[in-house]
Write a protein that binds this ligand. Sequence first.
Ligand code: NAD
Length: 254
Amino acid sequence: MREDKPMHFDLSGRTALVTGASSGLGEHFARVLAKAGAEVTLAARRLDALKENVDAIAGEGGKAKAVELDVTDEASVAKIFANGPFDIVVNNAGVTLTHPAIKVEEAEWDKVVDTNLKGAFLVAQAAAKAMKEAERGGSIVNIASILGLRVAGGVMPYSVSKAGLIQMTKAMALEWARYGIRVNALCPGYIETPLNADFFASEAGKALIKRIPQRRLGQNADLDGALLLLSSDAGAYMTGSELVVDGGHLVSSL
Ligand code: NAD
C-alpha cells in the first residue's frame, strides 16, 4: 500500500504547455494553470496573437511565455520539446466545421481530422517521449468534447475526430502508465465563447439550451475544477478517463 498523501491542486514548480492558447478555452486554461502556480508555455501558430495573453498572466503574478506551434507539423512540434519535457500538456488546439456530412469535402475533412486528431497525437507522443527520457512522468490532458461521445447534425468530421481523440487517450493511458504518464480526456459540453455567441442568441441556439438539463451554457470557469483535477496530484490515480463537464447535456431525456 502506498502511504496516504494529501491531495492538492498546487502546481508550483511544474511546467505546463497549452496548445491553441491564443483564444477561447486555451487562453483560459493557460491562466488557470498559471494561477495554480505552474510556469506556462502558451503555444499557437502566430506568436503575436499570444503576447497579450502572456502579458495578462504576468500582470496577475504568473509565469508565462509564448512559442510558435502548428500542431499538424511534426517539425514544429519537435521544436517545442527540444529543451526537455513539460509536466503538464494540454492538447487544446482544435478546429470545427459546420457542414452537412453529404457535402463535406476531402480538404475540409483533412483540416479537422489533421488538427484535432493527428495534431493531438503528434503533441502527446512528443510530450511522452520527453517525459519518458527525463524519467519524471507527467499529465497529458486531451480536450475532447461531448460530440466525441454522441452526435449532432452538421459536425460529422468534428465528432469523428473527438471520438478518435477519446479512444487515443485510452490507448495511450494503457501504454504509458508504466512511465508514470497519465493521459485523460476532458469532454466539455457547449461553452459560451465570442465565436458561438451569435448562434446561441438565435432561436435554434435557445432551443438547444433548453435541452441541457441545467438550462444554461457552460462558462470557461466551469471547466477549471476538471482541468486542475486532471493536471495535478489530486488526480494522481486517474488515467484513461473521459471526464464530462456539460450541465447534464449527455443525459438529456430521449
Ligand atoms: P477557439 O477557436 O477559440 O480555439 C482554438 C485554438 O486552436 C485557436 O487558438 C486556434 O488558433 C488554435 N489552433 C487551430 N489550429 C491550430 C494548429 N494547427 N496549431 C496550433 N493551434 C491551432 O475554440 P475553443 O472553443 O476555445 O476550442 C478549444 C478546444 O476546446 C478545441 O479543441 C475544441 O474542440 C474544444 N471544445 C470547445 C467547446 C466549446 O463549446 N467552445 C466545447 C467542447 C470542446
